[in-house]
Design a protein. Structure first.
Lengths: 271, 287
């Protein structure tokens, strides 16, 4: 098998166990098998706290699996590679750098000359519509604008693999829809493979080619749904289509059960 | 169009600047009241001191009086002290404190960041640092005079040990409390460990470090003064010691006044530098 046809991401029986501060062991992910094809947009949904984010840290190389294998473009992951981009749930812009300098950070870290990095950064700032804000500091921007900076800072590195951990969950509903559309536009030009973690089923159907439903923690793949809605999509309008609602109902039947299990466990924990 | 519709906006626009004007005037009046009250308070305290001392209600020998203290300062300025010109004494003390402060700060920051980044170092040396920190370090000053003699070196050394620990602990804490997301983000973006330290850990620890700089400059002055007090050839601490030796309480107070002025000037410079460095931070009025 040549590397040319190997999938973008492959998890084979991956497990991750953490040591909790109290000394116990917590298994976040168990026996996870997942394949993401080249250029595919995969959304991962599951109940809160089930270990979806851990899956991303395994793919990114920030954490190593306790068991099993993680392959990126056919190669086993050894530490943080240069093929991966990661958009975090929380704000991860550097507060002491200006917007332009934030977007330049990636190329500069990777040894791109300053002038070249600046040119690329300006190009991506233009694409996310922040050209006028390049001299501002992050605290002078709105939450949505800061997310745009994060997107530009990620895309400027030309990642083959784009990992997104509930990137828009902190934004208000209107901004979130707008950002989802922008993400689809930005992604369309790159051919990157995306893993988008969210707990919002609507968001996942609107964005993805494939929706992966995770079980209640420890997370493993429960079911995979193909989303056959045509592209290009507009997030606000696609969710009103009959087919969308049909898919939604189908997936919710699977996801709802896991959400219920998580909720019951939480209740038992409180009691 | 009815006349009311026309007239209402006219009244509004006429009123708005008027209100802003009166608000600005009230704010100005308040500032004046605060400033005048401050001056009056100072005058009252100094006046009371002077009167009580002159009336011998408090012992003028022990407590001196503002006029005598001022006379003492003036004599020092115009005729120099017994040790040489006043400027020279101030410069000597300032030089020792500054040198000690810079060495202590650089050492504290370097070690603090290193300990914060290298867990093994922190685990091995942590207990020893705690033991050293628990020694009341001012008692080291006599040792330093024995080791380094009466010159500036012994004062610099006592300033260094006083400055090092608060800076060290703050830098350590700052390095430990770096936002994990920022570090993860930098690594994903391609930063090496060295870059993470230089471009993520150090910038985010600067606000911690700066907090300690304010306190520690005071410590550096204390180190220099105590060192001089114990044994020196020049400096304000020696001036205090000599005034005490001749039962010149006005001289002790005068030295205190001079020190306070020096410390306030240094504090002002530090605040200025801080404003320049922390332009990226939201100011209090923003949030």
């Amino acid at each position: 098998m040549s590397t040319d046809i190997s999938p973008a991401i492959e998890l084979r029986g991956a497990s991750k166990t953490f040591r909790t501060p109290s000394g116990g062991l917590h298994t976040a992910v168990r026996g996870l098998d997942l394949t993401v094809g080249r250029g595919e947009f995969v959304a991962v949904v599951g109940p809160t706290g089930c270990g979806k984010s851990t899956t991303l840290t395994l793919v990114s190389g920030l954490e190593e699996p306790s068991q099993g294998e993680v392959l990126v473009v056919g190669e086993p992951v050894r530490g943080v590679g240069d093929k991966v981009g990661f958009v975090f749930q929380q704000d991860a812009t550097f507060p002491w750098r200006t917007v332009l300098s934030n977007v330049m950070a990636g190329p500069r870290f990777r040894g791109v000359p300053k002038a070249e990095a600046k040119r690329k950064a300006r190009e991506w700032l233009a694409r996310v519509g922040l050209t006028a804000f390049e001299d501002r500091y992050p605290h002078q921007l709105s939450g949505g604008q800061r997310k745009r900076v994060a997107l530009a800072a990620t895309f400027v590195n030309d990642p083959e693999i784009l990992l997104m951990d509930e990137p828009f969950s902190a934004l208000d509903v209107q901004t979130r829809a707008l950002m989802s559309d922008e993400l689809l536009e930005l992604w369309a030009g790159t051919g990157a493979s995306v893993v988008f973690v969210t707990h919002d089923l609507e968001e996942s159907i609107a964005l993805a080619d494939k929706v992966v439903v995770m079980t209640a923690g420890p997370a493993t793949v429960k079911q995979i749904f193909d989303i056959d809605l045509p592209r290009p999509r507009k997030v606000e309008s696609v969710r009103l289509e009959a087919r969308f609602i049909e898919i939604y109902r189908e997936i919710w039947e699977s996801l709802g059960e896991e959400v219920r299990i998580t909720r019951e466990r939480g209740a038992a924990h409180v009691a | 169009m009815s006349p009311e519709v026309l007239s209402t906006p006219v009244v509004e626009t006429a009123k708005a600047p008027d209100r802003a004007h009166s608000r600005a005037r009230a704010a100005r009046r308040r500032r004046i009241v605060v400033a005048v009250s401050r001056v009056l308070l100072l005058a009252a305290v100094l006046g009371l001191w002077e009167v009580l001392s002159r009336a011998k209600i408090i012992d003028p020998f022990n407590f001196s009086m503002p006029s005598k203290i001022w006379d003492q300062i003036w004599t020092w300025i115009t005729h120099g002290t017994a040790l040489g010109s006043l400027g020279e004494q101030i410069w000597y003390t300032l030089y020792e404190a500054l040198l000690g402060w810079v060495i202590g700060v650089v050492g504290g920051v370097v070690f603090g960041i290193a300990f914060g980044r290298i867990t093994l170092l922190a685990d091995v040396l942590g207990p020893y640092i705690k033991v050293l920190n628990s020694i009341p370090r001012i008692v080291l000053a006599p040792i330093f005079v024995i080791w380094f003699g009466l010159g500036p070196a012994s004062k610099v050394a006592s300033a260094v040990v006083l400055v090092f620990f608060p800076v060290f602990f703050n830098a350590f804490q700052g390095a430990r409390e770096v936002d994990r997301n920022l570090v993860a983000n930098a690594r994903i973006l391609g930063a090496s460990d060295r870059r993470v330290t230089l471009q993520v850990v150090i910038p985010s620890a600067t606000s911690w470090i700066f907090t300690s700089l304010h306190v520690s400059f005071g410590f550096a002055l204390i180190g220099a003064i105590v060192g001089e007090y114990i044994g020196a050839t020049k400096g304000i601490g020696l001036l205090v010691a000599q005034s005490q030796g001749t039962f010149n309480s006005a001289g002790v107070y005068a030295a205190m006044v001079i020190l306070a002025v020096v410390a306030l000037l240094a504090e002002g410079l530090l605040t200025f530098a801080e404003r320049r460095i922390f332009r990226w931070k939201p100011s209090d009025s923003d949030s």
